[in-house]
Design a protein around this ligand. Structure first.
Ligand SMILES: C[S@@+](CC[C@H](N)C(=O)[O-])C[C@H]1O[C@@H](n2cnc3c(N)ncnc32)[C@H](O)[C@@H]1O
Length: 307
């Protein structure tokens, strides 16, 4: 198979998976045939992009602080690090904080710089995004940072009872149509309980009014007490009496957060303690859907509210 064949196949795959009808239309000339110049340009671009990703994956495979698993066939099989992160990797007894859906890992690395007496693990399924934070941590010689590439659904494979102290959820998808996929749903809270210490903190930072409201109802329904709460963090912060540590936390902004701020969307932030005891129930309430479209979120449905 010559080079162009490979590009053609990649291109067809790319089109079938990613390209919207609108962009696809720009690729065709009036006769209905593909414009060869645009086609050639995209092929070169795709080759560049995949090379870039491949070199990031190759880097990640050599990083001593990156743990990856593609074994999704055995979701219940404990990973060798389960219950042993402090002993085998951090070599200390400091508390562990997780950032779930960490993307480029701004919180994981930013918090690790600020709090050397704590340990941090960023978790995401997208290795090429995590590469940014993982590379920064390596270059800076940070010893209190690790990254784990897996699906959050399988998180109990990696952490044992009371092994984790705090969890950050940073700008995760609100999953307006799929309650069980929301990272603050009972589905996930029940999983977090299996490894979060009793009354360990969960922090949620989000642009989404839907996810924020849903999480507030979740807390109210289950009598979970907020330790911090604001619907407009950067407007409210100067008027709040914040501790030094809280002020430090405000200095970290993630990649997605910067995008939302540029679009004028207020950043919402809350934290609450999750106890081990008590049955967790889903809030039975309809919530207004977010009216704007995000970068990666699905097209909006005709619905205006969802549970
Ligand atoms: C909107 S991005 C936010 C990234 C980063 N926290 C930020 O604020 O820039 C959501 C991230 O969650 C990750 N993600 C979503 N669902 C996931 C899952 N089930 N398991 C692992 N990662 C997931 C995505 O790969 C993506 O990097």
């Amino acid at each position: 198979m010559d080079e162009l064949d490979i590009f053609t196949m990649t291109f067809v795959l790319f089109c079938s998976q990613k390209i919207s009808g609108h962009i696809f239309n720009t690729l065709t000339i009036p006769t209905g045939h593909t414009n060869p110049m645009v086609f050639y340009y995209l092929c070169r671009r795709i080759r560049y992009m995949s090379k870039n990703k491949l070199s990031k994956f190759a880097d990640m495979a050599t990083y001593p602080h990156v743990f990856q698993t593609t074994d999704f066939e055995t979701p219940d099989k404990p990973h060798e690090m389960k219950g042993r992160w402090k002993e085998l990797f951090f070599h200390n007894d400091n508390p562990i904080t997780l950032e779930l859906g960490c993307g480029r890992g701004e919180y994981t690395v930013g918090l690790a710089r600020m709090f050397p007496e704590r340990n941090f693990i960023g978790i995401d399924i997208k290795g090429s995004r995590m590469w940014t934070g993982a590379t920064e941590a390596l270059n800076e010689g940070l010893k209190n940072v690790a990254f784990l590439r897996t699906r959050i659904e399988f998180i109990t494979r990696f952490f044992d009872t009371d092994e984790v102290d705090e969890i950050w959820l940073t700008f995760c998808d609100p999953q307006m149509k799929k309650p069980t996929k929301r990272l603050s749903s009972t589905y996930f809270l029940e999983r977090y309980r299996k490894f979060l210490r009793n009354n360990g903190l969960i922090h949620l930072k989000t642009d989404s009014n839907f996810l924020f409201t849903y999480t507030l109802y979740m807390m109210e329904t289950n009598h979970l007490i907020p330790t911090f709460f604001t619907r407009d963090l950067y407007k409210d912060a100067p008027t709040m009496s914040l501790s030094d540590n809280q002020l430090k936390l405000l200095q970290i902004k993630t990649y997605y957060e910067e995008q939302w701020i540029l679009r004028g969307i207020p950043i919402k932030y809350l934290s609450f303690a999750l106890p081990h005891e008590g049955q967790l129930v889903e809030p039975d309430i309809e919530i207004e859907l977010d009216t704007y479209r995000s970068y990666s979120r699905d097209k909006r449905s005709a619905l205006t509210k969802a549970k």
